[in-house]
Each structure stands twice: as structure tokens, then as C-alpha cells.
Design a protein around this ligand. Structure first.
Ligand SMILES: NC(=O)c1ccc[n+]([C@@H]2O[C@H](COP(=O)([O-])OP(=O)(O)OC[C@H]3O[C@@H](n4cnc5c(N)ncnc54)[C@H](O)[C@@H]3O)[C@@H](O)[C@H]2O)c1
Length: 369
């Protein structure tokens, strides 16, 4: 098989159709593993059907475990997040025990960031940790969540509070999965692509600024476009994670947009009108940039949620920003891009400064006179 497209903290990453990446990889590594356990998000399976059938035909010791993460048949942003729990982990661990997996079994995790985090966590804790591979099926997972070895679940409504660092044995990102993804989820992933552009790739930023149509109608993008964007975007995350695998410093840069973003995401969730992660991060980036240009505003506004943001009462967003993991000594810290690619700037946000930025942002969007 071909050489990996990237290596992130020791994990090889391939981009392309699963029959040319995952299947040959399994063939090469099969003797190292006693059994395969396929944990899959039911919504993602149809787009990978051909490769999965080919795998099932050649493999006698394959244990499938399919999870339906979103109870509602109609699209609801973020509804799979409610499945990132200990209770769902228990179901997966039970299926692993029933399949009599030993320490040499391999878990294949096929799904978006929710299943990637949960499945990776189940593998990282089963019998003190067994190997797993990530097969990300959302844009957000391909460009971000599946890379870097952070796995975990939510607990008592606190996001990602239980978890581990464990690098996947390999990652296989196949843009064919994007054909069945809801356009709002595509846009959510594009927000992370835009974030990578701001923090480490001026070429990618220029391409996105010159191609607003992609952000307006991502469902029309070709496989070739996705391949190119993913390649450029993954390169940024790969470099940061490889330099700082355990989040000691530079990796904070990946949190650009997330200080305001998490506050907003959590606020909209609390009123029963969830927005996507990417929608929240896009607004967060606009607030956290020191001096947004008209080009920044034009780009980021294409990724915002459909509801007007001025609806969010500032104090309730601010309240939720207090829980951000980057806060140091009770100060709210935003990690923003510095003057050069991969330069990290940390800005302490006083309550007045944070509110000033929020209002500036609403003014730029024409939501505040
Ligand atoms: N570990 C990390 O470093 C990291 C980084 C960023 C985000 N995350 C986590 O990622 C999660 C969000 O992930 P996400 O945005 O991928 O959302 P997700 O996994 O919830 O997927 C979004 C929706 O799309 C469906 N879906 C998945 N693949 C599909 C496909 N190919 N076709 C049709 N539908 C499909 C899912 O069932 C779900 O309803 C959050 O829990 C976040 O904490 C983790």
C-alpha cells in the first residue's frame, strides 16, 4: 500500500477511498491482531457500505457493533452528543466482553467526533488499553477530532471530563463519507478548517477567502476539493500535535475561537436550541481576533448559526466562559494566532474586554447599532 499522507504523533494517516487504504492496511497488519471489533455510527454506515461488505466477506473474526446515536429521525444539531456518556460506554464494553476480545484485538471506530471520542475511550480502557483505528466520517472528525489521540466522554453534563491520551494505530479519512453528511455539519467542520487556516496556513486562508461558494454550498464540493482542503488542514493539526502531543504549550493554539465558542455552544444548548460546534467556534474566532478585517467578517459570517446571535444574553454566555479549560488562576484566557503561522498569543480577557469584543462582533455583523 502507499505511504501514509501524514504521521501525527506516531499515528499514520491516509486520505482516500477505504478500499485503497483501510483494506490493504488490515491485510498487512492482520496477523498482529486476534480479532476485529467494528464500532460504527449507524448514520455513517451507508456511505461506507461497499468497503465494509468487502471487509466482512474476507474476515471470519469480525464483531460488528452499530450504534444509533441520534434518536430523532429529523436533523437536530449536536444531538449525538447526548450519547457521549458512561451508559453508552457500558454498552460498548459489554459488547466487547461478549465478543471475548483479548488484549490483541483491534477496534475499528467508524463515525464522527462523538463516536471517535467514545470508541477511542472504550478501547483505551478495555483490558488497560487495546489498539484502535479511527475511520472519521464527518468533516470535523477528519480534520480535527480523529487526529491527536484525545479520547473521552462527558460526565454529569461536563464535556470531555473523563478521558485519556491514546494515539490511534492508524487513521483513514475517506471524503466519500461527506456525501451523506448534513450541510450544516459540513459547515461545522469547515469552521475547524478555517481555524487551521488562521493558525498555520496563509495559503489555505487565501483559498477559502477566494471561494465563498464552498462555505455557502459545501454539499456541492467535489471529492477533489475535499481532498485538497483536508490535506492542507490536516497538515496544520499534524504539525501542532507532533510538536506538543500532550498539550503542554503550542497545542493551545487549536483552541482559537473556543473560549467564546464554548460559552455560546453551552448557552444555546441550555435553552434547548443547540447550535453546531463549528457555528459557535466561527463566532468565537470573530470575537477573539484582535482586529478583524472586512475579509475576516465576510468569511466567518458564512459559518454562523441561522438564529441571530444577539439573542444570547451576554452575561449568560460570560458565565459559561468561566468553565473554559484554558483559564489560569481564574483568569479567562483566549488563545489566538500570533503574527506568524504557528505563533501562539495568549490574551487575558477581563469582563470588560470580553464584553467589548462581544459587542464589537455584533456590531460588525450588523446585529447591534
Ligand atoms: N478528540 C478531539 O480532539 C476532538 C476535537 C474536536 C471535537 N471533538 C468532539 O467531536 C464531537 C463532535 O463531532 P462531530 O462534529 O463529528 O459530530 P457527530 O459525531 O455528532 O456527528 C454529527 C452528526 O452526523 C451524523 N453522521 C456522522 N457521520 C455521518 C455521515 N457520514 N453521513 C451522515 N451522517 C453522519 C452523526 O450520527 C451525528 O448525528 C464533540 O463531542 C467534540 O467534543 C473531539
Amino acid at each position: 500500500m502507499s505511504a501514509p499522507d501524514f504521521v501525527v504523533a506516531g499515528s499514520p494517516i491516509w486520505l482516500g477511498p477505504l478500499d485503497q487504504t483501510l483494506l490493504p492496511w488490515i491485510e498487512t497488519h492482520r496477523t498482529a491482531y486476534s480479532a476485529l471489533f467494528l464500532l460504527a455510527d449507524a448514520k455513517a454506515v451507508p456511505a461506507g457500505q461497499a468497503a465494509l461488505q468487502a471487509l466482512a466477506q474476507r474476515e471470519s473474526n469480525l464483531h460488528p457493533c452499530r450504534l444509533d446515536l441520534s434518536p430523532s429521525p429529523t436533523y437536530q444539531p449536536g444531538d449525538a452528543e447526548a450519547s457521549k456518556t458512561l451508559a453508552v460506554c457500558e454498552r460498548v464494553w459489554k459488547a466487547m466482553v461478549d465478543a471475548q476480545l483479548d488484549r490483541r484485538a483491534l477496534v475499528l471506530v467508524l463515525g464522527g467526533g462523538v463516536l471517535g471520542d467514545l470508541g477511542g475511550f472504550c478501547a483505551a480502557t478495555y483490558k488497560r488499553g487495546i489498539d484502535f483505528v479511527q475511520i472519521p466520517t464527518t468533516l470535523l472528525a477528519m480534520t480535527d477530532a480523529a487526529l491527536g489521540g484525545k479520547v473521552g466522554i462527558n460526565f454529569h453534563d461536563i464535556k470531555n471530563v473523563l478521558g485519556a491520551f491514546r494515539q490511534p494505530a492508524a487513521v483513514f479519512a475517506d471524503p466519500a463519507f461527506l456525501n451523506t453528511l448534513h450541510p450544516r455539519e459540513l459547515r461545522s467542520g469547515l469552521a475547524e478548517v478555517v481555524k487551521h487556516a488562521y493558525i498555520g496556513s496563509p495559503e489555505l486562508l487565501q483559498e477559502l477567502q477566494e471561494n465563498h461558494h464552498l462555505l455557502k454550498a459545501p454539499e456541492e464540493a467535489s471529492a477533489e476539493t475535499w481532498n485538497r482542503l483536508l490535506r492542507r488542514s490536516i497538515a496544520v493539526k499534524a504539525r501542532i500535535v507532533s510538536e506538543d502531543p500532550l498539550e503542554g504549550g503550542l497545542r493551545a493554539l487549536l483552541n482559537f475561537g473556543h473560549t467564546f465558542g464554548h460559552g455560546l455552544e453551552s448557552y444555546f444548548l441550555s435553552i434547548g436550541k443547540p447550535i453546531t460546534h463549528g457555528e459557535a467556534i466561527a463566532m468565537g474566532m470573530l470575537c477573539e481576533l484582535d482586529d478583524p478585517t472586512p475579509a475576516d467578517v465576510a468569511l466567518l459570517r458564512l459559518l454562523l448559526p441561522p438564529a441571530p446571535l444577539a439573542q444570547a444574553p451576554w452575561l449568560r454566555v460570560w458565565e459559561r466562559m468561566q468553565h473554559d479549560k484554558k483559564n489560569e488562576h481564574r483568569q479567562i484566557i483566549a488563545a489566538t494566532p500570533g503574527d506568524a503561522p504557528f505563533a501562539l498569543r495568549k490574551t487575558a480577557l477581563s469582563p470588560q474586554e470580553a464584553q467589548r469584543r462581544w459587542q464589537r462582533c455584533l456590531r460588525l455583523l450588523g446585529e447591534l447599532q
